[in-house]
Write a protein that binds this ligand. Structure first.
Ligand SMILES: [Zn+2]
Length: 89
């Protein structure tokens, strides 16, 4: 589980729609959050960071999101990413 208190540095890339959280120590991408205005927050976590479950994960599928519109990206994230549940500290 990744807690709110984990130290990450946050970057936003071209669309500015997604917060990409990188470990402040090793700079590995850890997770990304998309906050849909008026809706929910959804996130993806880099499964490879969790050795125990990485082996059981689905095969890797390479996708190219270059040129994807903001509306299509929003719909894709809301469909495929996991709703964020913030636990109390
Ligand atoms: Zn790290």
């Amino acid at each position: 589980m990744i807690g709110r208190g984990n130290v990450t540095t946050v970057s936003r890339f071209s669309s500015q729609q997604v917060q990409f959280h990188f470990c402040a120590e090793c700079r590995e991408m850890t997770y990304a959050i998309f906050a849909d205005p008026g809706s929910t927050e959804v996130a993806v976590v880099r499964v490879g960071l969790f050795k125990d479950i990485a082996a059981a994960a689905k095969p890797v599928a390479i996708t190219n999101l270059e040129g994807e519109s903001t509306a299509i990206a929003r719909a894709r994230r809301l469909k495929n990413w996991t709703p964020v549940v913030w636990l109390p500290d």
